[in-house]
Design a protein around this ligand. Sequence first.
Ligand code: SF4
Length: 133
Amino acid sequence: MSQTLVVCPFCGCGCNFYLHEKEGSAVGVTPSREHPVNQGSLCVKGWRAHEFINHPERLKSPMIRHGGIVRDATWDEALDLVSKNLINIKREYGCDALAFLSSAKVTNEENYLFMKMARAAFKTNNVDHCARL
Ligand code: SF4
């Protein structure tokens, strides 16, 4: 078993915990006692932060819904469809007809790039993150 000190991604408090890994899987968390924000505590989201990583129902590839039917898709197919639809909506209704909602279950760097895409490429400030829901 190994452990890595990480920042909890679920809200802006920034609690720190040790993520425990065993045989390639995340198996638990222990709050950091030294971190000034959480001082050895976590809320229920932090305590369960490892569970989605290896969850059997976690989506690992894109899916496309068409005519009420959801099917597996390749990344190229899904990204082409999303970019085409985003560009069409922007052209037809303007930048603020778009909204971008990101996830706590990706890295901070990915969230930063997502925000840059919304603001720089699509010229909208309609960007948020599931931690505020
Ligand atoms: S443990 Fe709870 S309060 Fe702390 S950062 Fe994570 S979600 Fe926020």
